[in-house]
Design a binder for this molecule. Structure first.
Ligand SMILES: Cc1cc2nc3c(=O)[nH]c(=O)nc-3n(C[C@H](O)[C@H](O)[C@H](O)COP(=O)(O)OP(=O)(O)OC[C@H]3O[C@@H](n4cnc5c(N)ncnc54)[C@H](O)[C@@H]3O)c2cc1C
Length: 408
């Protein structure tokens, strides 16, 4: 009989095992991949952005929106400091860039090795290449049976740390939702998040490879839902980049609920439409003999400037002195409100996280123990919480994993 079986050797499972091990619990991590922490190696482009010093609660969301206020019971201002301290104790000092926190070595591999060593040092065991198929409580309710292809493990406590369903090549294949259901839990709809968005073709594919800074507003049936500022990347299929990743959860939810989803791009954020038009009028005089495309290319990458000119009903050869005030106003409006209809998100395989999962109201957030099945703990991305880019999702995984580990 094991003290604790942890299903999943990812961020949350490892954090849980270390804290439980430090308190004298003997844990067994069952991991279906050939090594633990496979996803961690890929995080932060191999550098692992594991926390965020500027973390704000507004960066976290639930698909079951009413539960969002509960996130503050877990994530607090001190969470980043506490995560960094936890990493330091495992031998991973950190560096910070604009709030984003990385291992000092900027090597995700170093972080995985350090966490594995810290866990093994507590006396914990790991079995890789071991896929859990089923979890059940014995009839007396005193222990759990965790079934794998090779054998059935019995344990007093079980931790579901299987992750969500994003990027299944790293192991999180969604099987945790079935285990949660076996423990009497429900799940919200699960949708890809932190991913690129597919656009209705409207000449956007000619912009493939272009990058531009701007404010992106997501509208659902014409209503404002969210906005973010940053670099927009135009791709073969639509749009990508951190700003798009951060909005993708809203697009996924909107499309799931059969709404029309539009992104409105303001490519001249620092000017109002009126200020931009006034500036264009000035430049019409000073650059009178030049094509207006030249002038607009001083504001935007040339292919995007051309796109906005054409969208305003002008040709890309139009010369400055030929343009009327009205035409310049139209260009300003086009640059400030390019509308892109979103048809879909990229697949789960290309998404970084899952929006949705086991709703927070089914969990005791002080301990991460299930309110449905005593002795069962749920942590990490399996739960219905998703964060924006910048270390938020790993912080959620560490924090919930450690919480469970401390209370096991
Ligand atoms: C490419 C990429 C880059 C990312 N970069 C960042 C970043 O820089 N910063 C950030 O904060 N977040 C980042 N994320 C998100 C972050 O990695 C995840 O939110 C986080 O790893 C979730 O932790 P977890 O422990 O809940 O799940 P996971 O890390 O997914 O771990 C779950 C583990 O459970 C195992 N498992 C699942 N089912 C079974 C089963 N049936 N039997 C046995 N084992 C099982 C899996 O193999 C896996 O190892 C990134 C994600 C991706 C895909």
């Amino acid at each position: 009989m094991e003290d604790v079986v942890i299903i999943g050797g990812g961020a949350a499972g490892l954090a849980c095992g270390i804290e439980a091990g430090k308190r004298g619990r003997h844990c067994l991590i069952l991991e279906q991949k050939e090594k633990i922490g496979k996803k961690l190696y890929a995080t932060g482009n191999g550098k692992c952005n594991f926390a965020n010093r500027a973390m704000e609660l507004t960066g976290y969301h639930c698909v079951a929106k009413k539960n969002e206020t509960q996130i503050s019971q877990v994530m607090m201002q001190k969470s980043c400091l506490s995560t960094e301290q936890f990493m330091l104790e495992a031998g991973i000092p950190s560096i910070e860039r604009q709030g984003y926190v990385y291992p000092r070595s900027e090597q995700a591999a170093a972080l995985v090795h350090a966490l594995e060593a810290a866990y093994l040092q507590t006396g914990g065991a790991i079995k890789c290449g071991t896929c859990v198929r089923r979890v059940a409580q014995d009839r007396t309710g005193k222990f759990f049976c965790v079934e794998t292809d090779e054998q059935t493990y019995q344990s007093r406590r079980v931790v579901l740390a299987t992750g969500g369903t994003a990027a299944s090549k790293f192991g999180s294949d969604g099987s945790g939702y079935a285990f949660a259901k076996m423990m009497d839990h429900t799940t919200t709809p699960c949708l890809p998040a932190l991913c690129g968005l597919k656009c209705k073709e409207n000449g956007w594919n000619r912009l493939q490879g272009v990058r531009a800074k701007g404010t992106v507003t997501l509208l659902q049936d014409g209503k404002y839902i969210a906005e973010d500022y940053g670099e927009i990347q135009f791709t073969r299929y639509g749009v990508s980049g951190i700003v798009i990743f951060n909005l993708s959860r809203y697009a996924a939810i909107g499309l799931h609920n059969h709404h029309t989803v539009i992104l409105s791009l303001d490519l001249l954020t620092e000017y109002s439409a009126r200020q931009a038009a006034a500036l264009f009028r000035k430049l019409r005089t000073t650059c009178a003999a030049r094509p207006f495309l030249d002038v607009l290319s001083g504001f935007l990458p040339e292919p995007l400037a051309r796109y906005c000119l054409l969208a305003a009903g002008l040709t890309d050869t139009a010369v400055c002195r030929e343009l009327t005030d009205r035409q310049l106003e139209k260009v300003a409006v086009q640059c400030k409100s390019q509308q892109i209809e979103i048809l879909g998100t990229n697949s789960f395989e290309e998404a970084q996280v899952t929006a949705g999962g086991v709703p927070l109201h089914e969990i005791n957030l002080a301990t991460m123990e299930s309110k449905k099945t005593a002795g069962c703990y749920l942590v990490g991305e399996l739960l219905d919480v998703d964060g924006i880019c910048g270390g938020y999702n790993l912080m959620w995984a560490w924090e919930t994993g450690r919480r469970a580990g401390r209370s096991l």
